[in-house]
Design a protein around this ligand. Structure first.
Ligand code: ATP
Ligand code: MG
Length: 338
């Protein structure tokens, strides 16, 4: 008698194709995705359609970066044999579901979403908000539910979007009278939001404060040099503050030896530990982390056909899954069928 293994839980996450990925992505989501890809059924969405919602003036950049982000995935260890890597704009069922879901959310609710509010402010949009941008939480709900995902490994900034997805799911399920779609849970790592090298709340591709995964040793050193420590820590002998000190935030996120970091923190608080020594350690940690990723990235970039193959195979697989969910939603809603 054969015993069937229980189905693996489903993960869906993705990245806007606005630029190559950076250390914030590594700490916030890539690390989790690599760790979970064998125990879960995982799909990664190259969110080019979403990226257009605030980049319609430069579609060429969004298109170009599809390959860049896919290359980053492969370089950090995403295995296309177990993880489906797919392109959002090539999955029409996602657009169709988005259109349906927009009827299950109000404009007032979209405007209240804390992530949307933060992003409108960070981009200085004021009231000139592209309608597609305001509505992208509904598109994200379409992405997550189309794959029937229950787990979404994301950075902390995305938590309100998962909540909004679940609200749409609950309204839809109520409308159709049964649990048609599952609710999803955000998986947020301890380092929920990595600050930028400028000390701003979030490292972001659009913020000019990122260390890309492809950074050279010299670029890593320059980025670490730019980082704020404790402005009151003028001489090495002065006691220094650890909280809000960007260099310690990065050591917490990336140093493989947390006990050594705890000892450094104690020494820094006591006084006698200079910023130069601290930065030297961080530069070494980041060089060790990014060196092998950079080498794999360069190797993958030499074979663009292979990356295209990965995208074609993954997108074809995703097309079938997402179309099946669209059909199920249309049917459950009782839309007219020809
Ligand atoms: P953009 O500036 O174009 O919005 P981004 O750098 O914010 O780009 P996204 O593609 O919007 O990157 O985010 C993709 C994923 O990476 C999300 O899950 C997000 O939470 C995570 N992420 C992005 N930046 C950080 C960060 N600094 N710390 C932790 N997670 C992050
Ligand atoms: Mg973003």
């Amino acid at each position: 008698m054969s015993v069937e293994a229980p189905p693996k839980p489903v993960i869906l996450t993705g990245d806007r194709t606005t630029g190559p990925l950076h250390l914030g992505h590594y700490a916030g989501s890539l690390r989790n995705r690599v760790a979970l890809q064998h125990s879960h059924r995982q799909s990664l969405l190259l969110a080019d359609a979403q990226a257009l919602t605030d980049n319609a003036h430069d579609p060429a950049r969004i298109a170009r970066n599809v390959i860049e982000v896919a290359t980053d995935y492969l370089a950090v260890g995403i295995d296309p044999a177990v993880t489906t890597i797919c392109v959002q704009s090539a999955l029409p069922a996602l657009a169709e579901l988005t259109q349906l879901y927009l009827n299950f959310v109000t404009v007032a609710r979209l405007e209240r979403n804390p992530t949307i509010k933060d992003e409108i402010q960070a981009r200085g949009l004021g009231r000139d908000i592209p309608a597609g941008f305001l509505c992208y939480p509904a598109a994200q709900a379409a992405d997550i539910t189309a794959f029937r995902a229950t787990l979404v490994p994301v950075g902390e900034d995305q938590a309100p979007l998962i909540e909004q997805t679940n609200e749409i799911v609950r309204r839809l399920n109520r409308q159709v009278g049964h649990d048609l779609l599952p609710e999803a849970r955000a998986l947020i790592p301890e380092v929920g939001r990595l600050p930028g090298v400028d000390g701003k709340a979030k490292m972001s591709k659009s913020g000019g404060n990122a260390v890309p995964l492809s950074a050279s040793d010299a670029e890593i050193d320059a980025a670490v040099q730019r980082m704020y420590t404790d402005p009151g820590h003028l001489r090495a002998s002065d006691p220094g503050k650890v909280e809000g000190n960007v260099v310690f935030t990065y050591l917490d996120a990336f140093d493989p030896d947390p006990e050594a970091v705890a000892a450094l923190k104690a020494h820094y608080r006591r006084g006698g530990l200079g910023d130069a020594a601290l930065k030297r350690r961080l530069a070494g940690v980041l060089r060790d982390l990014l060196g092998p990723i950079r080498e794999r990235r360069a190797e993958i970039a030499r074979d663009p056909d292979r990356v295209m193959d990965v995208l074609r195979t993954g997108t074809a697989r995703a097309r079938a899954v997402t179309a099946a969910t669209r059909d199920a939603v249309q049917e459950a809603l009782g839309l007219f069928r020809l």
